[in-house]
Design a protein around this ligand. Structure first.
Ligand code: 13P
Length: 288
């Protein structure tokens, strides 16, 4: 199946009161593990690519070619979107050219008028090409230089301004952050989420920083209009823990345990297990 935009899959999720996971990819193993799990569980899936991960994989063209070929070679029939995560203005154009099916323009650090102007321009470009566009209001916090910033809360009126530009989905800060949540995290601001939902109507909302958010909060967020949830760090931690165990158990020293196909296998299985658990919580299993 060819790559699809997120529009249809997220409108269906919003109406069916579940969410589709965006799982970030870093390499071939990540991509394969996520695609195989989505197929196994008959779930739609969104592959997220940050600009850093795109660069690591040698560029967005490599990523798009790899994903498209893998879908074909693995006979993946569930809907798959290839989505730029937190794109810069320039990054958006590179991904559009490379053949991504969905783009996120993160203009949250610009003054609102500049965020609006750039988002508006990208809405037109994406519409012409049939791509979906995610915009962001209220930056999502996270760890920077060892300091964990608590997430900002978006202004519901600014959300309305951006949502009315014709974007497909909106990411709005509601106290969520990327990476591990600190012990003193007060939790998601459902009052802010409800106020945003009230202003943006039935536009599907995106929850970033899906790692470590308790299940009850995830379910409540979905009931309030969240239809896409992004997960990155949790797959990385699962991969790291399984790989560490393989080496600590000395398995790399036994027989051909040094073969990368063996060395990376426990980490891949751990990614698959994490994706399975998330798809179960998000409610997307069987919804392809
Ligand atoms: P986590 O790394 O916290 O799961 O966040 C992922 C994310 O929001 C990517 O945009």
């Amino acid at each position: 199946m060819a790559l699809v935009s997120v529009k249809q899959m997220l409108e269906k999720a919003r109406d069916g009161k579940y969410a589709v996971g965006q799982f970030n990819i870093n390499n071939l193993e990540w991509t394969k593990s996520i695609l195989q799990t989505a197929q196994e569980l008959n779930s739609p899936v969104i592959l997220g690519v940050s600009e850093g991960a795109g660069k690591y994989m040698t560029g967005f063209k490599t990523v798009a070619s790899m994903v498209k070929a893998m879908i074909e070679e693995l006979n993946i029939t569930v809907p798959v979107a290839l989505h730029l995560d937190h794109g810069t203005y320039e990054g958006c154009y590179k991904c559009i050219e490379a053949g991504f099916s969905s783009i996120m323009f993160d203009g949250s650090h610009f003054p609102i008028d500049e965020n609006i102007a750039k988002t508006k321009e990208l809405v037109e470009v994406c519409k012409k090409k049939g791509l979906s566009l995610e915009a962001e209001v209220g930056s999502i916090g996270g760890e920077e230089d060892g300091v964990v910033g608590l997430g900002e809360c978006a202004d519901p009126d600014e959300c309305k301004k951006i949502a009315s530009l014709g974007i497909t989905i909106l990411a709005a800060g509601i106290g969520n952050i990327h990476g591990k949540y600190p012990a003193n995290w007060p939790g998601l601001r459902f009052d802010v989420l409800a106020a945003i939902k009230e202003k943006v109507g039935d536009m599907p909302l995106v929850l970033h920083g899906g790692t470590g958010i308790p299940t009850d909060m995830i379910k409540k967020a979905i009931s309030l209009g969240v239809a896409k949830i992004n997960v990155n760090t949790e797959c990385q931690l699962a991969f790291q823990e399984a790989t560490r165990k393989y080496i600590e158990d000395g398995k790399d020293l036994q027989g051909k345990g040094f073969d990368p196909r063996k060395l990376l296998a426990p980490g891949c299985e751990a990614i698959k297990q994490t994706v399975r658990e998330k798809m179960q919580i998000f409610g997307s299993i069987g919804k392809a």
